[in-house]
Design a protein around this ligand. Sequence first.
Ligand code: 3HC
Length: 293
Amino acid sequence: MAIQKVGLVGCGLMGSGIAQVAAQSGFDVVVREVSPELVDKGLKGIEKNLARLVEKGTLTGEQRDQARARLRGTTRLEDLADRDLIVEAIIEQLPAKIELYGALDKLCGPATIFASNTSSISITEMAAATKRPGRFVGLHFFNPVPVMKLVEVIRTIATEESVFEEMVAFGQRLGKTTVRTSDRTGFIVNRLLVPYLLDAIRALEEGVGSIVDIDNSMKLGCGYPMGPLTLLDFVGLDTTYYIANIMFDEFKERRFAPPALLKRMVLAGWNGRKAGRGFYDYADPQNPKPMKF
Ligand code: 3HC
């Protein structure tokens, strides 16, 4: 069965990005959010992104209109009942995900595939909350979804081979490069990225370099598009803290343990760019200023 109808649960930063890319790639997409305001905010964000692509000449006006026509918003979970594939991108909290999957499992037919965009929660544990563990995978996208070329396709020990291959093909139909990985917390990217980001915070704590010097070192010395502290602000310090704690719980290795400074910043609400403050102050978003600690 080739996927045609896609459902997105969650239309925040990741969900809206995935919905946009799926609609641009020709899929019929329904996005579900919990309130009409959030549906509206998500769809407006997508429209803005599509308009920017038209301005840059990447999309024609006709392609934008076609992509937009393939997208529908809803607050009703029932509107996802006829989907071939449901991609979940809601809050990173296991109880909320388990409740959602339990409800979706009752609503959707047995053929529907479930995919979580989680970055760190066990896919196996979510799959176990349904009667379809064979038709359950992880599809891990990267921020900003329309720009980042990678999708990690994650299988559990229960995922059926044909479902896994179909999800690899789906990632490719979105124009992404797919990598295959298994359900080990952090998968490939965060397994490597999270210790690197945490080490950058430890380097700052230990006075190895200033915020700007640490960022410039990796940007200009290694050709990374962003320095690690800028990337932490971009991903969100709360998100990184959450992922690091889950990885530390799983592996019990110091390299995944969140440094004290990260915890203090999250407690203070300095969660990065979205909060207006993290390692940098974004009062002037075009010209972030390094914070003083
Ligand atoms: N949405 C859509 N397009 C965007 C965008 C967004 N939010 N932000 C930037 N773009 C587009 C721009 O329009 C531009 O397109 P063009 O080349 O066609 O003109 C292109 O991306 C480059 O943008 P800019 O010139 O404005 O700025 P940069 O060259 O600095 O690129 C960046 C911005 C793509 C974000 C780049 O800095 C980058 O790649 N940073 C690293 C991002 C990264 O590592 N993401 C992964 C985070 S980890 C994660 O998501 C996993 C999770 O589990 C933690």
